[in-house]
Each structure stands twice: as structure tokens, then as C-alpha cells.
Design a protein around this ligand. Structure first.
Ligand code: MSP
Length: 640
């Protein structure tokens, strides 16, 4: 059996609602969890909430509730959000769980007994309004940023953890395990911290100042503070010290965090584990920060991105895809809806969605929706290397995903999608279909394309699990719950001839980049006097017009005709339609969309191109708007 895999996210503070940043880390963890499920049978994925400390007490006070009521409420928001984002976590840990608190006490006692925790006086700058210490750097003009008053210097006795003792050990560990902290820039950052002597870490607060925490087992007048409580969640959630889960998963633990909490995870945590005599985690994977339109995301600027809102507008898989594709893991990235829409239209609607609907439509048109049998002799003779391309893609994808380089993993899949699209163009199935003698070639080409789609559906599974399942179902593979296993993807010829396919579907409707702006403008436009309604007709007259649903397969400008676009549409059969919409639509804007076509209009030649049918569109002050359908419908369906 393949190696087990354990992944954790940070446990999020419950002093704020979940936002884009939390969603990114958790989706990234979900993606790696699903990626490892492609090769391993045992994965464990943990997330949760960090609920102690004075930040939380202050947030609860602001809301006029007890800390307990407050943490229950905000932790609930996180717990309810994750299923909405298709997060497949196995457990959700809360630091207020009694079992977690017991583990913290055990470890504290152990480290105290071994002499690495000592009691000492501490002097610092204290704000009585906030009931907390400030560092010099946190002050604004020497004053507390909240109360605008200078803090007082007070002395307080506390417990400290002797980190300096383990400094050289940690440097050696990092140097002998070069990918312990990755990407490399963060390893270098930690090593740079470690060039200076490590101070000891204050791990307690007197109960006179903070009660909302875990009582120190060796001094009941104190609670433990922040990191000693929070970091231990990674083992308490596995049922430390006994239990099969701890034995299986702790030796292979990997964490994902953003750069803001590099120091606690890269320095305090391994030292805590070492001091407690526990094995050290395997990898710390550190990503950058999402900014929004180039600025830091913040409540006061009002640019906080709500993950559910993005899901509702653009669809969950498109949102997940964008986050994984647009951020180079390790570097900062800027979020914008424009960039998201661009990705949806180019990578999802155009490259993937189009390929999928084109291939399925052809399989229906040429083989009645039944997977054809490929011919090995023809395959050899054509030798277009699709199988080889798929193997290259799987290899590059796996290597990238293994080191959390999601953007590279997806780029490898999209390279294969490009090969598939080229394969369609080069083999031109529509030409083969016209020649009876080329039947075997056509069967082999369509088989290979369906097989390629099967592999793509498996490769996109970690990032877009719902789309992967939809593709599988349409490929007639309903009974396969482990379709994404790498060994299945590596075995070419996995799709079975003779199996019935479902009708083609539009996986990703294109998003009108102007939509949000256009709607209010159109509404605000001065009302034009409506054209008088035409003379009455009977139902029989209406029935003469054959209106059909058609999927736009491709679109290009008509040379020397500024206003015209030439569209290839699929309405059960492929047709060319020339339409006067070039002033309002870019050629690739309608590709993948479903439109309404007058199918029995007498063909006409426009600028030398024979147009067989007409698109239904509205023409008002804002220009021409093509009528589209708001849900996918089988191409060719009549409208009545
Ligand atoms: N409670 C601590 C972590 C304890 S782990 C033992 C904490 N919580 S937090 O709510 O502030 O979460 C910080 C984490 O949220 C970051 O490390 C990152 O995973 C995620 N992000 C929050 N804002 C982010 C961005 N703007 N961009 C990317 N991720 C960010 O620290």
C-alpha cells in the first residue's frame, strides 16, 4: 500500500469571519489531499479554529457575549463554509475541545519536567485599555493604536520556554533536510532568523489578566498563551499519544501556512516537538499572501473577498481553479474579478469546455453516442502521439503537485488540452466522416479523444472535483468511484468501446466581462419608445419558424466585413451561420455558449460565406445582445 499522507491547515482565529485568505489555504490543502488520494489509500486532512487568547476575549466583549458564545458562533461559520467549498477535511479541531486541552497539559508538563520551561520576571509596555503588552514596533507615535494613549512599563512574572538550547539542532535539521521548509525562499528566511541568537519564548499569562486559556498544569494561577496551545492541535487531533491515527499519520505530517506564521511553524514548533521528545513533521509548505486589486485585504478598506459570494457568482470549480492557477505557490498574488473572468473564459470555457462539448457532439453525430472501437493498425499508422502526450502530462502534473506547485500542475494539464485541441484540428473528424473508406480512422480518432477526456477528468479532480464527476458521467463511466487513481490514468485505453455516452453539455458557461457594469447602464438608459407590435399571427404561422438550441463551437471574423462574425454551431449537426454582431462581440466571446437559431431560414451567402440560419438577438440602445440560455440544454432541442 502506498505511503499515508497527512495535511493540515492553520487553525484560524475566530476573531473574524472567514475570507479569501482562509479559503485559499483550505482549498490548497483540499487539493493536495485529493491529489494524494490519487495514489494513496490513506489520507488525513485536518483544519479547525484557534479559540483562546485575549484577541478573542476582546472580540467577544465588542459583541456583548461571553467568549464561549462568541467562539461557538464564529467557529460555526468556518465549519459551515467548508462543505460549501467542497473541502474534504476528515476532522475539525477546536482548541476549546477538552481532549485537545488535555494534550496541551501533558506536553507542557513534560517539557517543564525536563527543565526547558522556567519562571521569570518580564518587563514590557502594557496598555490597560487593551489589557495587553505591546512591542515598540506595534505602537503608533509611541501610543497604543486603539486608545491613542502611551502604554505603561510594567513588570510581570511569566513562564518561558528555553528555545536557545535547540537553535543549533534546528539549523542542522534544516540543513540536512533541504526541503523541510519549502519553497526555498522561506527556508532561507528561517535560516536568516536563526543566524541571530533565539530569545526565549514567553508561554504564559497570569489569570489575573487572562482567564480564557488552558491552565498550566504546574501553576494554576497561569494559563498558557497562544502558540503552545495552538500548535499542539496538529497532534491532539490525531489522538496523541495513543491511537492508530497518530501512529500512522504523524510521521508523514505536512503543514500548509502562509508567510505570516512562518516563524512559529518553522522555529517554535520543531523546537517544541524536539523538547517534548516527539518526531518532527516532514514538510512545512509556505505560501504568499493574496492582495486584492494590488492592496492588502482589510475590513477598513472594505475590500474583503467573501468566498461564498465568489462561488455564487462564478461557480465553485471556477473559483477553486482560479485560486490554484493564478497564485504561484510561495509568492504573493493579486485577486481581481477581471482576472477571474479572463481565466474562466479562456482556460475553462474555451480550452476545456469547448473541447469537451466538441468531442462529445462528434461522438453522438458519428457514432450515435456509443464509444467506438479503436483500430491498432490505424493508430500505428496515424501515430499522432496523444497517448505519449498524456503520459508526459501526468508525469509533469504529479511532479508539480507533489511539491505544491499547483499552477505548474495545472499548466501541464492545459498543455495536454492544447494537444487534444490540435489533434482535433489535425485529424479533422468532419472530413473523415465524409469518406466511408476512412471509417476506421474516424473510430480511432474519436476513441482517442474520448480517452484523452477521461484522463483530463482524472487530472482536474483535485482542483475541480464536481466538474471531474460531470465529465465522467457524460463519458459513460458512472460506476467508477475511483476514476482519478493515477494507475488508472496511466493505463491508456481505459475507456470502454460500446459504452453509451451522455449528451454533450456546456461545462463552463462563458462570463460576460461587462455584465455587472452593463446591467445598471441598460436599466438607466432613457426608455426608447417601443416599436409597435406587429399584426397578430396564428399558432400555425409561429410553428413554421423552427427555433433550435445550438452550442457555439467556434467563431471567427469574416475577412473584409467589419460587422460580421462567422460561427460554427452545433444543433445536432454542425452549421455555419454568419451574424452581424462583430461590433458587439469579440470572436471568442460566444464560444461554448448556447444560443437560439432560426434553423429553417433559407440559406444566404454573406460576403462569400454561406449562412445556414440566423441567431436570435435583441437590438437596443446598448447594441446587439445575443439571446442565450441560462441552463445547459441538449443541442438541437426545438423551442416552442
Ligand atoms: N491562529 C493562528 C494560526 C495557528 S496554527 C497553529 C492564525 N490564524 S489566522 O486566522 O490569522 O490565519 C492565518 C492564516 O490564514 C494564514 O497563515 C493563511 O493560511 C490564511 N490567510 C489569511 N489571510 C491571508 C491572505 N490574505 N492571503 C493568503 N492567506 C491568508 O494565524
Amino acid at each position: 500500500m502506498a505511503t499515508p499522507f497527512y495535511i493540515t491547515t492553520p487553525i484560524y482565529y475566530v476573531n473574524a469571519r472567514p475570507h479569501l485568505g482562509h479559503a485559499y489555504t483550505t482549498i490548497a490543502a483540499d487539493v493536495v489531499r485529493r491529489f494524494h488520494a490519487m495514489s494513496s489509500d490513506r489520507t488525513y486532512f485536518l483544519t479547525g479554529t484557534d479559540e483562546h487568547g485575549d484577541k478573542i476575549v476582546r472580540a467577544a466583549k465588542k459583541e456583548n457575549c461571553t467568549p464561549r458564545e462568541y467562539v461557538d458562533k464564529i467557529s460555526g461559520l468556518f465549519q459551515n463554509l467548508w462543505p460549501e467549498l467542497n473541502i474534504s477535511n476528515d476532522a475539525f479541531i477546536r482548541t476549546t475541545n477538552p481532549a485537545h486541552m488535555a494534550v496541551v497539559e501533558t506536553i507542557l508538563q513534560r517539557i517543564y519536567d525536563s527543565g526547558d520551561i522556567y519562571f521569570s520576571e518580564y518587563e514590557g509596555l502594557y496598555c490597560f485599555g487593551c489589557e495587553r503588552f505591546y512591542t515598540e514596533r506595534e505602537l503608533v507615535d509611541g501610543c497604543c493604536p486603539d486608545h491613542q494613549t502611551p502604554p505603561e512599563t510594567i513588570k510581570e512574572s511569566n513562564y518561558f520556554f528555553k528555545m536557545g538550547r535547540y537553535q543549533q539542532w534546528l539549523i542542522d535539521h534544516i540543513e540536512t533536510h533541504p526541503d523541510f521548509i519549502r519553497p526555498e525562499r522561506y527556508k532561507n528566511e528561517v535560516l536568516a532568523f536563526l543566524r541571530e541568537p533565539l530569545g526565549d519564548l514567553c508561554i504564559s499569562r497570569p489569570k489575573s489578566r487572562l482567564k480564557w486559556g488552558i491552565t498550566l498544569p504546574f501553576d494554576h494561577d497561569y494559563v498558557t498563551y497562544v502558540w503552545f496551545d495552538a500548535l499542539l492541535n496538529y497532534i491532539s487531533a490525531l489522538g496523541y499519544p495513543d491511537g492508530e491515527r497518530y501512529q500512522t499519520f504523524w510521521p508523514v505530517a505536512q503543514h500548509i501556512v502562509a508567510k505570516d506564521i512562518l516563524k512559529p511553524h518553522g522555529i517554535y514548533w520543531p523546537i517544541m516537538l524536539k523538547a517534548a521528545g516527539l518526531p518532527i513533521y516532514q514538510h512545512l509548505n509556505v505560501h504568499g499572501y493574496w492582495n486584492v486589486d494590488q492592496s492588502k485585504m482589510s475590513k477598513s478598506i472594505g475590500n474583503v473577498i467573501e468566498p461564498l459570494e465568489m462561488k455564487n457568482i462564478y461557480g465553485l470549480d471556477a473559483f477553486r481553479f482560479f485560486l490554484m492557477r493564478d497564485m504561484a505557490f510561495g509568492l504573493d498574488s493579486s485577486f481581481s474579478e477581471e482576472a477571474l473572468v479572463q481565466r474562466i473564459n479562456a482556460d475553462l470555457a474555451n480550452d476545456l469546455g469547448n473541447l469537451f462539448s466538441r468531442v462529445l457532439s462528434m461522438a453522438h453525430k458519428y457514432f450515435g453516442g456509443v464509444i467506438p472501437e479503436p483500430d491498432p493498425a490505424v493508430e500505428k499508422e496515424m501515430d499522432l502521439g496523444l497517448e505519449e502526450n498524456s503520459r508526459t502530462a501526468i508525469k509533469a502534473f504529479s511532479a508539480a503537485m507533489d511539491v505544491f506547485a499547483f499552477h505548474k500542475g495545472l499548466a501541464a494539464v492545459w498543455e495536454f488540452i492544447t494537444h487534444m485541441n490540435k489533434y482535433v484540428d489535425v485529424t479533422a473528424p468532419w472530413t473523415l466522416a465524409k469518406n466511408k473508406a476512412a471509417r476506421k480512422q474516424l473510430e480511432t480518432v474519436i476513441y482517442n479523444l474520448l480517452e484523452g477526456l477521461r484522463i483530463i477528468s482524472g487530472l482536474i479532480y483535485p482542483v475541480m472535483p464536481d466538474t471531474a464527476v460531470t465529465m465522467q458521467k457524460h463519458l459513460g463511466m458512472t460506476g467508477e468511484d475511483k476514476f482519478y487513481k493515477l494507475e488508472r490514468l496511466n493505463a491508456w485505453r481505459g475507456i470502454t468501446p460500446g459504452v453509451k455516452l451522455r449528451k454533450s453539455v456546456s461545462l463552463f458557461p462563458r462570463v460576460d466581462p461587462e455584465k455587472k457594469k452593463q446591467v445598471p447602464e441598460a436599466v438607466a438608459a432613457p426608455a426608447k419608445p417601443a416599436k409597435p407590435i406587429k399584426p397578430e399571427i396564428g399558432i400555425d404561422d409561429f410553428a413554421k419558424v423552427d427555433l433550435r438550441v445550438a452550442t457555439v463551437v467556434s467563431c471567427q471574423p469574416v475577412p473584409r466585413a467589419k460587422k460580421l462574425l462567422q460561427l460554427e454551431v452545433d444543433l445536432g449537426e454542425t452549421r455555419t451561420i454568419v451574424s452581424g454582431i462583430a461590433g458587439n462581440y469579440a470572436p471568442d466571446e460566444l464560444v461554448g455558449k448556447q444560443v437560439i437559431v432560426v434553423a429553417n431560414l433559407k440559406p444566404v451567402k454573406l460576403m462569400g460565406v454561406l449562412s445556414k440560419g440566423m441567431l436570435i438577438a435583441a437590438n437596443d440602445v446598448s447594441g446587439v445582445t445575443v439571446a442565450t440560455l441560462d441552463k445547459p440544454v441538449t443541442p438541437g432541442t426545438p423551442l416552442s
